[in-house]
Design a protein. Sequence first.
Length: 185
Amino acid sequence: MALNSTIYKVELQISDMDRHYYATHALTLARHPSETEERLMVRLLAFALYADDRLEFGKGISDEDEPALWRKAYTDEIELWIELGQPDEARIRKACGRSRQVVVINYGGNTADIWWNKVGASLGRNKNLTVLDISATTVAELLPLLQRGMRLQALIQDGQLQLMNDVESVTIDPLRRMGVAEAVS
């Protein structure tokens, strides 16, 4: 018997001082049976960092032609392609060719460092690529926020994200491994 996705409902209030973006998003996240809770929370974190009215969750794990998140122009051109984890170098190159801007949010502690040491130098040729690293400690701190129904606030200022509910608060300082600071816009 096939396992079903687990559905999470999220009300995410975003105050992004860096981009002057202020909005509340009602999100539905489907957690694929093979997706970890950590990856789900990193997807939510990616949405908060790059929030926009046209930013959508892609099929990600279940479809190789779609990223974890993306934003398309009204002409269907891909403006932003967001990958999570340690994607294959060929996948990143393909994304850089298809999208105006590509972001990889790398997480996983030692695994993330090993991946970066292996592909980092060759990825430097992609001028439309930004790579951010989220520490394993920070990802673990996100898990207490995870509930089937979440009401979260995201405050972004000077590149730092604070994600909180009524009880917990997590401060996220993404490490920019490559890319320009203006990549979020």
